[in-house]
Design a protein around this ligand. Structure first.
Ligand code: HPA
Length: 255
């Protein structure tokens, strides 16, 4: 590894487009990385990419692991541990999520300002690793300076963004109307099946985090409709370019 990137991106739903813009210098299949979880879905094994984006050396995880696929919380978050050991200190994440905030619409870009861990487990359960304390602070899980930078960039580009709380739950079922209602009352603006485990481990490593959700369906009282994975993908694809625009510019400008 010649370049020493300090920034990594987890290319979740909504950031696939950004992957095409990376000038790839090295792509390491997950199967070649010791102890990396082996992907079981669709024969698409996933790669750790090293390259340049916005003139910066970056690392990108193409293909992430979800708890609903059967991986343990340790497996889901192992790549973040590897990133930290390789020198990553800033992490960008994206996801697709159902919006529970009545101000949202399909296609809303929600900058994540906080989260609720509704997974049945915390990835830090078990022996504490020396990257952080036994009882890690979580008062600012998402870096406020990066949120401010994203707001500035979005305003400059005329891209509308919202702020909100992301609730991570195990899936794989989408929510019932009663569950969306409950999550909204609990303080969630959006609900999804990823991100929270990775962010918890990143924070335990002192990695600063920026996250965005694309609202792909609505879990708003009286507006809950049938939702499918295909619709989620379609709604995410429609706003991908805007998301990529913000992320690219953030990477260019962040130290
Ligand atoms: N719920 C959970 N996960 C999701 C949703 C949702 O409504 N949309 C996209 N991912």
């Amino acid at each position: 590894m010649s370049a020493k990137p300090t920034t990594a991106i987890i290319l979740g739903t909504g950031l696939g487009k950004l992957a095409d813009e990376i000038e790839v210098t090295q792509a390491i299949p997950y199967s070649e990385i010791p102890n990396f979880p082996v992907s079981t879905v669709e024969g698409h094994s996933g790669r750790l990419i090293l390259g340049k984006l916005g003139g910066k050396d970056i690392m990108a995880m193409q293909g992430r692991f979800h708890y609903y696929e059967g991986y343990s919380m340790k497996e889901v978050t192992f790549p973040v541990r590897v990133m930290y050991e390789l020198g990553i200190r800033t992490l960008f994440v994206s996801n697709a999520a159902g919006g529970t905030n009545p101000d949202f619409h399909i296609g809303t870009l929600m900058i994540i300002t906080d989260h609720i861990n509704f997974f049945p487990e915390n990835p830090l359960r078990g022996k504490n690793l020396p990257t952080g304390p036994r009882f890690p602070d979580m008062h600012e899980p998402y870096d406020l300076q990066l949120v401010a930078l994203a707001d500035r960039i979005a305003a400059e580009k005329g891209i509308e963004v919202a702020h909100g709380v992301y609730l991570g739950t195990q899936g794989p079922t989408f929510e019932t109307p009663a569950e969306y209602r409950m999550f909204h009352r609990m303080g969630a603006d959006a609900v999804g099946m990823s991100t929270v485990p990775e962010v918890i481990v990143a924070r335990h490593c002192g990695i600063r985090v920026f996250g965005v959700s694309i609202i792909t369906d609505l879990g708003i009282e009286g507006q809950v409709e049938e939702v499918s994975h295909e619709e989620v993908q379609k709604a995410a694809n429609a706003v991908q370019p805007l998301m990529a625009d913000i992320m690219r510019e953030m990477i260019k400008r962040s130290e």
